[in-house]
Design a protein around this ligand. Structure first.
Ligand SMILES: Cc1cc2nc3c(=O)[nH]c(=O)nc-3n(C[C@H](O)[C@H](O)[C@H](O)COP(=O)(O)OP(=O)(O)OC[C@H]3O[C@@H](n4cnc5c(N)ncnc54)[C@H](O)[C@@H]3O)c2cc1C
Length: 514
């Protein structure tokens, strides 16, 4: 369907023509799927999948089935209120389980103040920031809901639950659904309120700092306030930046292992340039959204093939400071629903294997080696920025030529950026891989490699550098009965939707085990 205002197109007429029917025979047409087709060399427009109802009545949407009520009382402590923890808590509470949700960070309202202090004055609260607090890392995120998760039924269930809590129903139809950083906090606060109405007990700014067991099974969860909560199960949904939690888990002998992750920097282009590259002559058309892109390349560095790719691309977005520790700087990206900032940004990252980080570990198999590696890169980036969470920035062509940038271009990053040579912060294997990959990416997206673009960063929190090992059927820790590693922090998810799916799966496994 050509670019047209919603409602401008008579879908019934369209369906009648496509099905060789009379318009009057069609009772109703519902858009089941909508995706923008902006491929070059053909008219730009939207591809629609329509549900066409001929004669009779339109099938009403079914109610989301609720879980069977538990047969005997059960108490579960959930650590973390991100998508994984929140969806696990919802499922358990709907089954009548008594749920206590402990969160390291603050509720969404207080969290906003802490983000303002970080963005305006470079003042970081290590417990309340872009990664930690009500709703987890997803709250002030871009809110992109597209996922590589294959289980469509689970994906649809997550989208359905988000719509139940106030998300725009279009997220169930769009091929690349996106909520936006200004809408998500409201939605996640609505979810918390609903969970409280189901009896979920929240403890803000009071993280789980340990547990006690009996006969090798978790029986008590300990919060930082000293509160000890008897529980039958403990769900660990702590996110990819829960470094202090990883440390006490390993001290307690919880089974874990290093896993691959990715590191790089954020690349920022003027959005109009990306629109011109992606939409060609149609750029600027009022019905076209800010254009997005995805670029990848495989390059040889140090005798190994390395994957280099763009990640978490934010059209019309902002680069944000997703640091969680003093003296260590990390970036990420977000955009508001309307995606109207003059900048386009994405993480440009290189795959890092356990073998690459082993030297940073306390021993050969140290699961925390990746965390030590991330910290070292973030410390150098912080120093390169000169402190106060000012970010180092480098013109893309300067980076390719190995020369420092003295005067950086305008950037969406706050508080601000300074000129630098990012190779002084990034590990050599990452610098070499990026330098080899960017010219190749320019071949698939001509114009990507430009003096109008700059790298800002560093991007280190793309996923968890370790996996907390669990049984693939029961989802229970391999070392501790009653402990359920969950979501991105446990190494089983990447992104809002897949973390929520993992939360539902862990809750279902707990309910199955009752
Ligand atoms: C700025 C930004 C933008 C992003 N944009 C997108 C996007 O557009 N689309 C997308 O799919 N993904 C995005 N992501 C990634 C996405 O947010 C995460 O993949 C997702 O939130 C992971 O969910 P989770 O529940 O596993 O963990 P998290 O969301 O990280 O939540 C974990 C929670 O646990 C808490 N916690 C930590 N330790 C403890 C403890 N010991 N006890 C209790 N609580 C604890 C933390 O404070 C945190 O609130 C973005 C991330 C960031 C930071």
């Amino acid at each position: 369907m050509a670019l047209a205002q919603k409602g401008e197109v008579d879908l019934r007429e369209l369906a009648a023509r496509a099905l060789a029917l009379h318009r009057e025979d069609i009772h109703a047409v519902v858009v089941a799927r909508r995706s923008l087709d902006a491929r070059k060399g053909r008219p730009m427009g939207y591809r629609l999948r329509l549900d066409v109802h001929v004669g009779g009545v339109v099938a009403t949407t079914r109610q989301r089935p609720k879980p069977e009520p538990v047969k005997k009382p059960m108490r579960v402590v959930v650590a973390g209120s991100g998508p994984a923890g929140t969806f696990a808590a919802l499922r358990l509470a709907e089954a009548g389980v008594r749920v206590t949700l402990a969160e390291l960070g603050k509720d969404v309202r207080s969290r906003r103040h802490d983000l303002a202090a970080l963005v305006r004055r470079g003042q970081l609260d290590p417990t309340s920031n872009y990664c930690f607090g009500e709703g987890g890392a997803g709250t002030f995120s871009d809110g992109k809901l597209y996922t590589r998760a294959k289980d469509r039924a689970r994906v649809n269930e997550v989208l359905e639950i988000l719509v139940e809590h106030g998300a725009d129903p279009s997220i169930q139809v769009e091929s690349r659904p996106h909520i936006g950083s200004n809408k998500l906090p409201v939605l996640l606060a609505a979810m918390s309120a609903h969970l409280e109405s189901l009896g979920v007990e929240y403890h803000w700014s009071d993280p789980v700092v340990g547990f006690r067991g009996d006969g090798g099974r978790v029986t008590v969860s300990k919060l930082r306030s000293g509160l000890e909560i008897p529980c039958d199960r403990l769900v660990l949904a702590v996110g990819h930046s829960a470094r202090s939690t990883y440390e006490w888990l390993l001290e307690m002998g919880v089974a874990a292992a290093s896993k691959p992750f990715a590191i790089g920097a954020r690349v920022e282009h003027p959005q109009p340039l990306i629109d011109r590259i992606q939409y060609g002559a149609m750029h600027g058309h009022p019905l076209l959204p800010s254009a997005f892109y995805h670029v990848t390349a495989s390059v040889r560095v140090g005798g190994n093939e390395r994957g280099v790719y763009s990640f978490c691309m934010c059209p019309g977005g902002w680069i944000v400071d997703s640091s969680t520790e003093h003296g260590r700087l990390a970036t990420n990206g977000m955009s508001l629903k309307r995606r109207d900032s003059p900048f386009a940004n994405a993480a440009l990252v290189v795959t890092v294997e356990p073998g690459d980080v082993a030297a940073w570990g306390r021993s050969a198999e140290d699961p925390l080696a990746g965390v030590a590696f991330q910290r070292a890169v973030e410390e150098r980036a912080y120093e390169l920025g000169g402190g106060g969470f000012v970010a180092p920035a480098q013109n893309l062509l300067d980076f390719l030529k190995g020369r420092a940038t003295t005067t950086p271009g305008r950037s969406s990053y706050r508080p601000r950026v300074v000129g630098a040579d990012l190779a002084e912060a990034l590990p050599d294997l990452v610098t070499h891989a990026l330098r080899a990959a960017i010219p190749r990416m320019d071949k698939t997206m001509w114009g990507f490699k430009t003096s109008e673009a700059q790298l800002v960063g560093v991007e280190t929190r793309t996923s968890s550098p370790l996996r907390i090992l669990r049984d693939s059927v029961t989802y229970e820790s391999l070392s501790h009965k009653g402990l359920f590693p969950c979501g991105e922090g446990a190494g089983y998810a990447g992104g809002i939707v897949s973390a929520a799916i993992d939360g539902l799966a862990v809750a279902d496994a707990i309910l199955r085990g009752t």
